[in-house]
Design a protein around this ligand. Structure first.
Ligand code: RB5
Length: 148
């Protein structure tokens, strides 16, 4: 199950992502927003982060205008490793090296054709499970302050 969240800046691209996941037969839970009306990206980052941390969803995808605000907001939650990616190399590397559990993108930055390839790369790449990467991720988590 994939958790989806966006603000008004990511609303249009999220529509393309949902259609793509449906074509691939991948299940998702849509945490909104559900219109192009102005809204606050931290609310959707929190909903998706909570769904991933509770185990309700395995991975998340977050989209705002730039992808920056929504990724910053998601990364405030302990255990979330949200990677802002606008290229497939980064999407592959963040799965292999960082075991990122949420992908963030900017709906005003990347077009749907490229974005869907980034989504596929993120979803289809497993964590490398290599010792050095596990050690570095553990250090990230040790440094993280507890969320409320
Ligand atoms: C909304 O206008 C915009 O600020 C938001 O989508 C995002 O880009 C913030 O980082």
């Amino acid at each position: 199950m994939i958790a989806l969240g966006c603000d008004h800046g990511g609303f249009e691209l999220m529509g393309a992502v949902k259609e793509h996941l449906e074509k691939r037969g991948l299940e998702y839970k849509d945490f909104g927003t559900h219109s192009a009306d102005s809204c606050d990206y931290p609310d959707f980052a929190k909903a998706v982060a909570s769904a991933v941390l509770s185990g309700e969803c395995d991975r998340g995808i977050l989209i705002c205008g730039t992808g920056i605000g929504i990724s910053i907001a998601a990364n405030r939650f302990e255990g979330i490793r949200c990677a802002l990616c606008h290229d497939c190399f980064s999407a592959e590397a963040t799965r292999l090296h960082n075991d990122a559990n949420i992908l963030a993108m900017g709906g005003r930055v990347v077009g749907p054709g490229h974005a869907l390839k980034i989504v596929d790369t993120f979803l289809d790449t497993p964590f490398s499970d290599e010792e050095r990467h596990k050690r570095r991720i553990a250090k990230i988590e040790e440094n993280h302050k507890k969320a409320d």
